[in-house]
Structure formats: C-alpha cells, structure tokens
Design a protein around this ligand. Structure first.
Ligand SMILES: [Zn+2]
Length: 76
C-alpha cells in the first residue's frame, strides 16, 4: 500500500498478470499534467471553453497490465 491507500501493483482481471500503478498524462502547451475525472458529459460554454467545476475534479490513476496491456482507471 502507498500513502493514499492504493497498492502500487495489483493483479489483472483478464490474464492475472501484474498491473503496475500509473497515471494518464496529457500534454497542454508543452506541460504534462495528470488527467482528472469530472462528472457528467463535457459541455462547452459560449466561449468554447469546457465548463469545469474544479471542486468536482478527482485524480485519476491507471493500472496497466504488464502482460496484456489492459488499463484500468480509477478516480478516487
Ligand atoms: Zn492482463
């Protein structure tokens, strides 16, 4: 277990391989940042910007299977 209560590795539900913890990084203006989870469908305002309620954002972590490559996302 790591400090936030999620294990560093778990077993794959498909093939039983080892799933390594990671996260999805997005690139915006040459800066990488972890992807966040937001409830609901994406909605744009009249400015073309997506409406985001920052209080509702959650950190997303991803476990990737080293054998079959499956990724499981969690928003804790
Ligand atoms: Zn697997």
């Amino acid at each position: 277990m790591e400090a936030d209560g999620h294990p560093a590795a778990r077993a794959c539900g498909k093939c039983g391989g080892r799933m390594e913890r990671g996260f999805a990084a997005e690139n915006s203006q040459n800066r990488y940042s972890p992807v966040k989870w937001h409830p609901g469908a994406p909605e744009r305002s009249w400015t073309g910007m997506y409406k985001i309620d920052k209080k509702q954002l959650r950190d997303v972590m991803a476990y990737r299977c080293e054998r079959c490559g499956m990724i499981e996302f969690y928003a804790a």
